[in-house]
Design a protein. Structure first.
Length: 166
């Protein structure tokens, strides 16, 4: 019983850390930056902060996965049940999406942001810059959708894991 409570605590702690990164940056900080600073300055500052938000979220995701592993090794009797596996899938999927957002999408968005800001500062309007701006907008939207998907998956996993453990 104590092990179950400890596992649930670790899982909830991981979810809290992860959601604090999502809410802290995605819902509070980024809109505030873009509302109060010039576009170029807000983008430069936000790009430095989003890297740290990904790192904090990664720590939370790892804690969630550690809780799942501890539960499957020490709490469950024998092989993990199908209910446990079903409720583990959203956390595993969310962690994977988070990693892709961090390591694949974010660097691409950052390189495009820098290229567009250089082109804007040189005051050159050509097709390549317009295309780069459109591509940056699409990648930014993809990143935002990935964060939303992670939020939903994390909450689904939290609900399921809580029902399973209690």
């Amino acid at each position: 019983m104590l092990t179950q409570a400890a596992v649930l605590f670790i899982f909830i702690l991981g979810v809290g850390i992860w959601l604090s990164a999502i809410i802290g940056f995605g819902i509070i900080t980024a809109p505030l930056l873009h509302r109060n600073l010039e576009s170029n300055e807000a983008g430069r500052l936000a790009s430095r902060m989003v890297e740290r938000a990904h790192l904090v979220g990664w720590y939370g995701g790892i804690l969630c996965l550690v809780a799942i592993i501890i539960h499957s090794l020490y709490v469950s009797d024998g092989p993990a049940g199908s209910e446990f596996l079903i409720w583990s899938i959203p956390s595993i999927l969310a962690t994977s999406i988070w990693w892709v957002s961090w390591k694949k999408v974010l660097p691409e968005a950052e390189s495009l942001r820098v290229a567009v800001s250089i082109a804007i500062s040189s005051e050159v309007e050509d097709e390549d810059m317009i295309e780069a701006q459109q591509l940056f907008t699409k990648i930014h939207q993809l990143s935002a959708n990935m964060w939303k998907a992670c939020s939903i998956l994390i909450l689904v996993s939290l609900i399921g894991f809580s029902l399973l453990v209690t």
